[in-house]
Write a protein that binds this ligand. Structure first.
Ligand code: ATP
Ligand code: MG
Length: 385
């Protein structure tokens, strides 16, 4: 009897040992398969994944063999959910309630929205859209606290409008907002144009695009003049390669990156018609209209006020006349032109004061711009003196 039991125990131990060995070998072979996936693109079969996120940083105590293993999409999603939860760990019971004033305060977004509102004159439709996106994410956060999971909303965007209408400025704020709402891990904004993404020679485009994407992970990738990526007339163009990588990342790495495509409205429409995949990945369109004359004058007043300058009543009138002429010029760049013109006015003001070296100038003189400062040399056809 004893011999029989002993035999059975030894038999079981051998079986468990053999099973363990088989499992260990299976794990090693899985790791190997995954590690192979880390080979350079040239050695991978065609049609493979074009973008691969950087492996997460590992602490020294981890097994090096595991380092190159790419986390699965599901694992990354879980990690993102955990990170999100890490910022707001207090789950709520089913019978609790929330207020959105408290939710906004907890996320700290009121100051970002207030700064956006105060710093940028006009742009009411853009500000409304930003508020809507913030509300969407706030409600998402609140639902998460009740355990109501839903797929993360797609936040790739398109900003259309003429130059100098605040697109880059709003994109920067958007990064900060999405970070505070827990949607983006870091919220930095990486600005890129065609040349940052597309190479001139074969094999240059993918590494360039990947480098930019790596920098932008966890934040916003702002692609200015995005339509320049697509040049159908040029058969040697590598823009399509960059577009394909972007398409894949916009789909697969939505947890990590928000892409904002920016440019003139009509050219962006053409771009989306030729690249429907890109169009379908963009969830929010924000239209930045050219500023009205009154808005441009207010923008100018605000810019001067921040630097402790102001326009005398006559100077403001002259500035208004000057802008009326400029606004119709093809190269007029809205708020940027206002800023540039006021910088020139500041230079003329300084020269006017410094040139009269024995005169006593007051504090007010040092702050006040006169019509000659605004107009002298700006556009002599419009000058009134
Ligand atoms: N509504 C506004 N109120 C105050 N300042 C503004 C406003 N819009 C733009 N500006 C200022 O004008 C300058 C240009 O803005 P920005 O670079 O964001 O424009 P843009 O639309 O990105 O231009 P471009 O298309 O040429 O890149 C910045 O200094 C910005 O702060
Ligand atoms: Mg810009």
């Amino acid at each position: 009897m004893h011999a029989h039991v002993t035999f059975m125990v030894i038999g079981s131990l051998i079986a468990v040992g053999a099973l363990g060995t088989v499992m260990t070998m299976a794990v090693i072979s899985v790791l190997r398969i995954k590690t192979d996936d880390d080979q350079p693109a040239a050695r991978r079969p065609q049609g493979e994944q074009l973008w691969r996120p950087r492996p997460p940083r590992q602490s020294k105590s981890r097994q090096p063999a595991v380092l190159p293993v790419r986390p699965t999409a599901a694992a990354r999603r879980t990690a993102a959910t955990r990170r999100k939860a890490g910022r707001r760990i207090d789950m709520l019971p089913a019978d609790a309630s929330v207020t959105f004033a408290a939710e906004r305060a907890a996320a700290g977004i009121d100051e970002v929205l207030a700064a956006l509102d105060e710093d940028l004159i006009g742009l009411a439709p853009v500000k409304r859209k930003v508020q809507e996106i913030a509300s969407l994410l706030l409600v998402d956060r609140a639902r998460n606290r009740f355990g109501l999971d839903a797929p993360r909303p797609n936040l790739h965007m398109c900003f259309t409008g003429p130059p100098g209408t605040g697109k880059t400025t709003v994109a920067l704020r958007m990064g900060e907002l999405l970070h505070r709402l827990g949607y983006l891990e870091q919220g930095q904004m990486v600005h890129a144009m065609r040349d940052d993404l597309v190479g001139e020679f074969i094999g240059h485009t993918a590494p360039r695009t990947r480098r930019v994407l790596t920098k932008a992970m966890g934040g916003v990738l702002f692609i200015d003049e995005a339509y320049a990526l697509y040049r159908p007339a040029d058969p040697q163009d590598y823009g399509q390669e960059a577009i394909e990588i972007l398409l894949q990342v916009m789909e697969n790495e939505r947890d990590q990156l928000v892409v904002i495509l920016a440019g003139y409205a009509d050219r962006m429409d053409e771009f989306f018609t030729s690249n429907p995949g890109m169009g379908s990945r963009v969830a929010h369109h924000l239209d930045f209209a050219a500023y009205e004359l009154d808005e441009l004058v207010s923008i100018g007043r605000q810019m001067l006020g921040r630097s402790h300058y102001y326009l005398s009543a006559d100077a403001e009138e002259a500035f208004r006349d000057f802008l009326t002429g400029q606004i119709r010029q093809p190269r007029f760049a809205n708020a940027r032109s206002v800023r540039n013109e006021l910088e020139r006015a500041r230079l003329r003001h300084a020269h006017r004061l410094a040139a009269d070296s024995d005169r006593h100038w007051t504090r007010d003189d040092l702050m006040r711009l006169e019509p000659s400062d605004v107009l002298l040399g700006a556009d002599l056809t419009l000058a009134t003196e």
